[in-house]
Design a protein around this ligand. Structure first.
Ligand code: FAD
Ligand code: NDP
Length: 513
């Protein structure tokens, strides 16, 4: 057992001294592995390592948001990302379902309305239960959890600093950094930080944000705007260039067309200039419409900045150990095995340069890293063909290359794009417009027509895309796809029947069964 100082020096309920842990647990070091960051990746890595018999500690510390929002163990996904987002997306979908329900015979007295406070409380309670669950899991798996801010002292030593200012030193054979990222504020817009919030705050608001301006046009912006509109709020998205940069732009257009049709306003090609708080408490936003050059203003109750995320490296003391970063993104440069430029120190998840910023990749990469560090495996994370979904009111799921990317890599004449506009059965009785329900499969044109990319907009597009992503992993071809027998009546089955090529110019609207 580690020796420890008496009484006041002991770390909450453990044997760890605040000043130094004696190097007896694993021989030379206190731990086999110290993980800095208890988010999706860090928790997965530390639990896997402990299960393989390693002595592991995980440090997690949440710096409150600029607005003072705080949360518990579990990182971005659990507290201010995937989980509260998907639940609020569900709240919005239910609103649409209630409207559909009337057409299906449900007698719903009076107009329906949404109560933000009820939703927020339920979502926040669920998140708290997950925080608790993570703590219990760490305890069960014998991972030492310390609620301290970690920084590097040298390639085997980490310093932890508690909220109360107390220090703990931990030594480890290997150190893993999985500290993720935090939302950015624009730096050149007066009033932006003072009066605006970010995704770190929106899910923890107890009261409705009211009329909201969402600035930005990627995943976070569109998903938040989607559930805000869907829960009945007057919502505008301010887009300075294009929506969903990096995604297939035809699909991005369908996503925003649907949002516009269902009530989200878009201020296209507009650049925010300043935010002022009026005596009434309303926020007056001034922006330039770059198409006309004109300055315009409007007032909002809330301004939500969704203008990207910055890696969380500030507190880590990376310069002390000479860690190499990408100067542009500030992320840590990593090799295929998640190694950094410093021996014995690894980094992965959102903090790793070039990695997808997604929870499942962080979890999988963390588990594989733990197995390699424990000497149980040599398997590397395969970051190719990772499926993802944008949880907008009409979901957009995709895996593999966009049509633009396939064209630029292979040449327009060397790819074949099969596509179809389909009508989800549930839209028919509800008399919903299905103009934006679309799917396309991008294939190599020659030979067996290997599938390069698959894209779907429609209800439950995430669920649809997940299964097909396994096909891409296995090298699926167009023949495999159409040899697959569909499940009727589903949206997913339309993929197994897709047969109109874009090149043919034929109408791609699905008719009949
Ligand atoms: P994180 O989960 O961010 O965890 C890092 C942890 O380290 C945090 O708890 C942080 O407080 C802590 N930390 C930082 N510095 C220190 C330090 N010095 N010492 C101790 N602890 C520290 N992904 C999906 O796959 N699907 C989705 O639907 C999805 N939705 C999202 C919605 C939003 C609004 C956002 C913002 C993100 C979403 N993501 C989604 C992305 C996903 O949340 C991240 O990719 C994922 O959480 C990254 O995991 P990570 O372990 O790298 O970092
Ligand atoms: P992104 O970096 O992907 O997008 C930032 C957006 O903000 C872009 O539209 C950008 O426009 C715009 N922008 C940047 N600066 C300004 C400015 N000063 N004024 C106006 N607009 C500005 O960030 P996100 O935060 O949306 O997403 C981060 C990552 O989180 C994603 O890459 C994704 O991996 C992950 N995530 C995953 C989700 C999921 O799986 N469903 C959901 C949410 C997030 P421009 O294109 O012109 O630069």
């Amino acid at each position: 057992m580690a020796a420890f100082c008496r009484g006041r020096h002991r770390w909450k309920g453990t044997n760890y001294c605040f000043h130094v842990l004696t190097r007896t647990l694993t021989g030379k070091y206190d731990f086999d592995l110290v993980v800095i960051g208890g988010g999706s990746g860090g928790l997965a890595c530390s639990k896997e390592a402990a299960q393989l018999g390693q002595e592991v500690a995980v440090l997690d510390y949440v710096e409150p948001s600029v607005k003072g929002t705080k949360w518990g163990l579990g990182g971005t996904c659990v507290n201010v990302g995937c989980i509260p987002k998907k639940l609020m997306h569900q709240a919005a979908l239910l609103g649409t379902a209630v409207k559909d329900a009337k057409k299906y015979g449900w007698q719903i007295p009076g107009p329906i309305s949404h109560d933000w406070a009820t939703m927020a409380e339920a979502v926040q309670n669920h998140v708290r239960s997950l925080n608790w669950g993570h703590r219990v899991q760490l305890k069960d798996k014998k991972v030492k959890y310390l609620n301290v801010k970690g920084s590097l002292v040298d390639e085997h030593t980490v310093k932890g600093l508690s909220k109360a200012g107390k220090e703990v030193i931990l030594t480890a054979k290997n150190i893993v950094i999985a500290t993720g990222g935090r939302p950015k504020y624009p730096t050149n817009i007066p009033g932006a930080m003072e009066h605006g919030i970010t995704s770190d705050d929106i899910f923890w608001l107890r009261e409705s944000p009211g009329k909201t301006l969402v600035v930005g046009a990627s995943y976070v912006a569109l998903e938040c705007a989607g559930f805000l509109t869907g829960t009945g709020l007057d919502t505008t998205v301010m887009v300075r260039s294009i929506a969903l940069r990096g995604f297939d732009q035809q699909m991005a257009g369908l996503v925003t067309d649907y949002m516009e049709a269902y009530g989200t306003k878009f201020a296209w090609k507009c650049v925010p200039k300043r935010v002022d708080k009026l005596p009434s408490g309303a926020l007056q936003v001034t922006w330039t419409d770059t198409r006309t050059g004109k300055e315009e203003t409007d007032t909002y109750d809330t301004v939500l900045w969704a203008v990207g995320r910055a890696p969380e490296t500030k507190a880590l003391g990376l310069d002390k150990v000479g860690m190499q970063l990408n100067n542009h993104t500030g992320k840590i440069l990593v090799g295929d095995d998640e190694s950094t430029s410093v021996p014995n120190i690894y980094a992965f998840g959102d903090i790793g340069e070039g990695r997808p910023e997604l929870t499942p990749t962080a979890i999988k990469a963390g588990k594989l890293l733990a197995r390699r560090l424990a000497g149980h495996s040599k398997e590397l994370m395969n970051y190719n063909n990772v499926a993802t979904t944008v949880f907008t009111p009409l979901e957009y799921g995709c895996v593999g290359l966009s049509e633009e990317e396939a064209e630029s890599r292979y040449g327009k004449d060397s790819i074949e794009v099969y596509h179809s506009f389909y009508k989800p059965l549930e839209f028919t009785v509800a008399e919903r417009d299905a103009s934006q329900c679309y799917m396309k499969v991008v294939c190599e044109r020659a030979g067996e027509q290997r599938i390069l990319g698959l894209h779907v907009t429609g209800p439950n597009a995430g669920e649809v895309t997940q299964g097909f992503s396994m096909g891409l992993r296995c090298g699926a071809t167009y023949s495999h796809l159409i040899e697959t027998v569909g499940i009727h009546p589903t949206c997913a089955e339309e993929l197994t029947k897709i047969n109109i090529t874009k090149r043919s110019g034929l109408d791609a609207t699905v008719t009949g069964c």
